[in-house]
Design a protein around this ligand. Structure first.
Ligand SMILES: NC(=O)C1=CN([C@@H]2O[C@H](COP(=O)(O)OP(=O)(O)OC[C@H]3O[C@@H](n4cnc5c(N)ncnc54)[C@H](OP(=O)(O)O)[C@@H]3O)[C@@H](O)[C@H]2O)C=CC1
Ligand SMILES: O=C(O)CCCC(=O)O
Length: 485
């Protein structure tokens, strides 16, 4: 493999099924590329339907003894996995930057973020309480919670570590087994996590990782196999809808964390410096490739020009490049296709009358780099308003009234994250309650952590990840009626 770590045994290029490192049955492999340089990092085994079936069967077997353990015993294994991730933070970060592109500082942060889900759910898994309901004299009505069963998980390339632990943590904590298909662009982080899980004592079969170049085959088996009781997915809305349809035939539970179209609403009374810093951090995190990234900057007319000036000046300070190099704080875009898609949206906006203040083109650094861009005179009929940009492009829209801001924010089929900048306490409540989003950041855009219920409404998905609420997605509720008392 074209990469050097302190511990090179974390570099895996085979699937991890039922506790074994294996090639795909067909022997086929696929390339994993460094998006900053285009170099081939590794050739990774590609699995299909039969290997997925095997992983699911192994999961079912492994789950029997795992769910019978005390929650405390499961917790200890998760704690150990958490500790090993911390111990290997730098290697995991280097691996992540190599295959995904985000600057090393962001990768280090994601590794800690990913580990935090294991720690949180190691603790929270010990608190799966039931209920005794007020009942009539001759009976007692009891509610218990049980693990939902074997879980199928499909994760994206933009967060190659944390999206896995955010699903595996709660699943394993409550006694489920999990079969994971990572994104084809970033399987190395997933496989390194599996290696650490094995070292931590996660029993064979309980956490299998299925790299594949045919997502539809693996996803098709996961969603149709009756042994899988729940499918959890993070990715595009289009694929999420497809998976939900596929799950309908066997009536599986689903959790869907899909696309977003986050508005950042900046009112005239906002603290301008805070608003600029918050919008900047949100928009350009992971080069704009985050489902909760600011997608639309909605700025009130009285502060519009001042905001654009300060924001654009800050955007021009980014140092774009290979995320492994010192000082780089903006990385590449995952694929050339994604770059082309971003650029088409910008070109369409220009044709429709938008103005490019800075950026607006593919960078001279190479075909995976798009210049950090600010666009003014943006209007709601543009693709930049309607679609997830997933790139470092900030369109700035102007509004007049609070009601108009709420209407603009809600004028989308998405409803994941939203942000408000204002100092008016009444307005904070009105707007927070008025926007149709699963999450609202008030004078803050760094809203993610393991303790909060992450998730969306409308076509941004269903279910919540992280927090005490995140456990419910992996639990069934059983009612027991005890009669004859
Ligand atoms: N909510 C979020 O966090 C994310 C949103 N997106 C949005 O989606 C757009 C496209 O990105 P993209 O990577 O193509 O997102 P996808 O939704 O295609 O990919 C996410 C995951 O789904 C898998 N997948 C794709 N097709 C199927 C299928 N038919 N059955 C089962 N699994 C499948 C992918 O596998 P494989 O990699 O092998 O194709 C990957 O593991 C982005 O521009 C962005 O707008 C993307 C990623 C994350
Ligand atoms: O779905 C995503 O894009 C990843 C979520 C990032 C976060 O948890 O902040």
């Amino acid at each position: 493999m074209n990469i050097q770590l302190n511990d090179n045994s974390l570099l895996k290029n085979q699937a991890y099924i039922d506790g074994h490192w294996v090639d795909g049955d067909s022997g086929s492999t696929f390339e994993v590329l460094n998006p900053a340089t285009g170099e081939v990092l590794a050739n990774v085994s590609s699995v299909g339907v039969t290997e997925t079936k095997r992983a699911i069967t192994a999961a079912q077997v492994a789950m029997e003894s795992w769910k019978a353990l005390d929650a405390k015993a499961r917790s200890q294994v998760l704690e150990q996995w958490h500790q090993l991730i911390l111990d290997n933070q730098e290697d995991l970060a280097i691996l992540m930057t190599a295959e995904q592109g985000k600057p090393l500082a962001e990768s280090r942060g994601e590794v800690l973020y990913g580990a935090s889900f294991l720690k949180w759910f190691a603790e929270e898994g010990k608190r799966v309480y039931g209920d005794v309901l007020p009942s009539s004299n001759d009976r007692r009505s009891i509610v218990i919670k049980q693990p939902v069963g074997v879980v199928g998980a499909i994760t994206p390339w933009n967060f190659p570590n944390a999206m896995i632990t955010r699903k595996a943590g709660p699943a394993l904590a409550v006694g489920c087994a999990i079969v994971l298909k990572p994104a084809a662009e970033t399987p190395l982080s997933a496989l390194a996590l599996a290696d650490l899980a094995e070292r931590a004592g996660v029993p064979a079969g309980l956490f299998s990782v299925l790299p594949s170049r045919s997502a539809a085959e693996v996803g098709g088996e996961m969603t149709s196999n009756p042994t899988v009781k729940k499918v959890t997915f993070t990715g595009s809305t289009a694929v999420g809808k497809l998976l939900m349809k596929q799950c309908a035939d066997t009536v599986k539970r689903t959790s869907m964390e899909l696309g977003g179209n986050a508005p950042v609403i900046i009112f005239d009374d906002a603290d301008l410096d805070k608003a600029v810093a918050g919008a900047l951090a949100s928009k350009y995190r992971n080069a704009g490739q985050t489902c909760i990234c600011a997608n639309r900057l909605l700025v009130q007319e009285g502060i519009y020009d001042a905001f654009v000036e300060k924001f654009s000046a800050a955007v021009q300070q980014f140092h774009m490049g290979n995320g492994l190099e010192n000082g780089v704080n903006l990385g590449p875009i995952i694929t050339e296709k994604a770059v082309a898609d971003i650029h088409q949206k910008v070109e369409a906006a220009i044709e429709d009358g938008a103005t490019v203040v800075t950026g607006g083109k593919v960078s001279e650094l190479g075909p995976h780099f798009y210049e950090p861009t600010v666009i003014t005179n943006a209007t709601p009929d543009m693709r930049l308003f309607k679609e997830e940009i997933f790139g470092p492009v900030a369109p700035v829209f102007k509004f007049s009234t609070e009601q108009e801001a709420i209407s603009l924010a809600n004028n989308t089929e998405f409803g994941l994250a939203s942000y408000i900048y204002t100092q008016d306490i009444g307005r904070i409540w009105r707007v927070s309650e008025g926007v149709d989003y699963g999450m609202v950041g008030v004078n803050e855009t760094a809203i993610s952590s393991e303790i909060i219920p992450f998730g969306g409404v409308k076509e941004s998905g269903q279910g919540r990840e992280g927090s005490k609420y995140g456990l419910d997605d992996y639990l069934e509720t059983k009612y027991i009626c005890m009669g004859g008392i």
